[in-house]
Design a protein around this ligand. Structure first.
Ligand code: TNX
Length: 539
């Protein structure tokens, strides 16, 4: 915001305060000071700096939200916060309404060019008894900041002596900024299809924990899940089944756009992945000329990997790939296109390299940056392309030598489809068992000697061979995805399992309210809420 707008806003704020202080009908407030230590709030991911001043801000029916009105996206952030306050407290908090009788406390969401706020997603929060002032450079930063506000609004009001209900927010100051600019999760909608509603619910959860990327694994041997107008059989045939022979499914282009818009409202980027040249059986069944493994392709409902490949020496394959990348890129506003590239066990090494280098050019021609699983580092890829590390140290070293940025998804630590332990109802264990503590207690910033300068961020992939419903998805994703949010946002000095585990235990009322069927790990002393699980599991 320009300085003059800022000053105007401050004047408005002061006027509101004076007005409200003079109001004769001012309600008597009874702030409960029993829980006013901002530093001991259960925020995840843990903010960079928190200073408590041990007072209370009363959120109640006399609270309003004001936002910068000329700065793009700020009013939408204010309205998003109002909606979430309504869902949690049933209060109708007005946004940018100038004449509110009996107004007493204000949440102000302000665009600021202050150089003290680092990065596009950084924010500052000043909470006093009368006001919450959230400053951010961009709407994305403001959006991350309102997640912090959501997290420190108590689940229940504490107003027994008051005529109206009050939710007390502890006062103090928060300075926050993410360690990594890329904080993602991946959802495999190919092995089992997940509906638009399921994906939106997952996006909602990711947003609350300040993620900014959802990578959709849209194609694999068992299914093709995105409508391509120029190649309609991909979804008609390739989308017709899934693991276990169930009915499959796919997103129309309109549905895909709807997912993107929903994510964008939450400042989350969708990254589409079309996995190739391996993991392509569903495409080859639909259009057999693509196939390069010499065997007549048939629909596949099993879970083995590494048997399919495109014919990487055929020009028509590249014409096909061009159409796919063109159509999906046109629908996707984000800068990335993920080409997969993993486990191409039946593609000859030279053919694989030839393919990756050609497809990289196609991706760039359509204005996108290429991401691929770590195997793509064996090709001579451009310095802007990004390998996603899932296990090969050798590939990571190649990437480092080329000076590339890497996305950290080590299977042994960050795979959401790994079982918690031998008793886990869903998941695999080829890489490891990953209990809730193991998922949290590692350092993406120093894993396998990969220097922090080469790390773009962290992504937790959820493969879906063993899960087909949202409840099963939630069982594997939560609570571990909550820990990964802290691994990618908070600095190493700010992370500590003993401290985290208490904050995690206190997520239970939120998870329950959201109807998220998390795995109730026995390592965590889950806070009771009206929906609490009775069954506690081992991990
Ligand atoms: C490996 S890791 C895969 C996926 C599987 C997953 C199961 C990687 C890039 N590929 O095809 O779904 O293991 O854990």
């Amino acid at each position: 915001m320009k300085n003059s707008t800022f000053i105007k806003s401050l004047i408005l704020l002061l006027a509101i305060m004076v007005f409200s202080a003079c109001t004769e009908e001012k309600k008597k407030r009874v702030i409960n000071f029993s829980k006013t230590d901002l530093a001991s709030e259960n925020m995840i991911p843990k903010p960079l700096k928190v200073t408590a001043t041990n007072g209370g801000f009363a959120l109640d029916e006399f609270t309003a939200i004001y936002t910068s009105e000329n700065a793009t996206g700020f009013e939408a952030v204010g309205k998003f916060l109002a909606k979430k306050i309504k869902a949690k407290t049933d209060l109708d908090v007005q946004v940018n309404v100038n004449e509110i009788p009996n107004l007493e406390t204000v949440i102000y969401i302000n665009q600021s060019d202050s150089t003290e706020i680092e990065g596009a997603e950084g924010y500052q929060l000043y909470i006093t008894p009368d006001s919450v002032i959230l400053n951010a450079n961009t709407a994305a930063g403001a959006f991350r900041g309102i997640q912090t506000i959501r997290q420190i609004i108590p689940e229940t009001s504490n107003d027994t002596l008051s005529s109206s209900k009050i939710w007390t927010i502890p006062t103090g100051k928060i300075i926050d900024n993410p360690q990594f600019s890329y904080r993602g999760s991946m959802l495999d909608v190919a092995r089992h299809f997940f509906s638009v509603a399921d994906v939106k619910k997952y996006i909602d959860m990711l947003a609350y924990y300040k993620y900014n990327v959802l990578h959709l694994h849209l194609t694999d041997d068992q299914g093709w899940r995105i409508e391509i107008k120029s190649w309609p059989l991909l979804t008609e045939i390739g989308g017709s089944t899934e693991v276990g022979g169930e009915s499959g499914g796919f997103y129309t282009q309109e549905e895909y756009k709807d997912i993107i818009a929903y994510a964008a409202e939450r400042h989350i980027l969708i990254i589409p992945e079309v996995d190739m040249p391996g993991h392509t059986n569903a495409a080859s069944v639909s259009y057999p000329f693509l196939n390069g493994n010499g065997i007549k392709p048939e629909l596949y409902e099993g879970t083995q990997v590494g048997k399919s490949t495109f014919d990487t020496r055929k020009d028509t394959v590249y014409a096909f790939v061009d159409d796919i990348v063109r159509e999906i890129s046109a629908l996707t506003p984000g800068p990335y296109f993920h080409i997969g590239g993993d486990e191409s066990h039946v593609t000859k090494k030279n053919d694989y390299i030839y393919f990756v280098e050609k497809v990289e050019k196609i991706v760039q021609k359509h204005g996108k940056i290429m991401i691929g699983w770590d195997e793509v580092a064996i090709a001579n890829i451009d310095s802007t392309s990004i390998p996603q590390f899932w296990g090969s140290k050798k590939n990571a070293e190649l990437a480092i030598k080329k000076g590339l940025k890497i996305i950290m998804s080590p299977a042994k630590k960050a795979y959401l489809d790994m079982q918690y332990d031998t008793l886990s109802k869903h998941g695999l264990h080829w890489a490891a068992y990953i209990p809730t503590d193991t998922a949290y207690v590692w350092s993406p910033e120093r894993y396998e000697g990969i220097p922090i300068e080469n790390i773009l961020g962290v992504e937790a992939p959820l493969w879906s061979e063993t899960i087909s419903t949202i409840e099963e998805l939630e069982y594997l994703a939560f609570p571990r995805a909550i820990g990964y949010s802290e691994l990618s946002w908070s600095t190493q000095e700010n992370r500590d399992w003993e401290n985290y585990k208490v904050r995690l235990a206190n997520q239970a009322p939120y998870l329950d309210r959201m109807n998220v069927k998390y795995y109730p790990s026995a390592l965590i002393d889950w806070k009771k809420s009206k929906y609490t699980y009775t069954e506690i599991e081992k991990d």
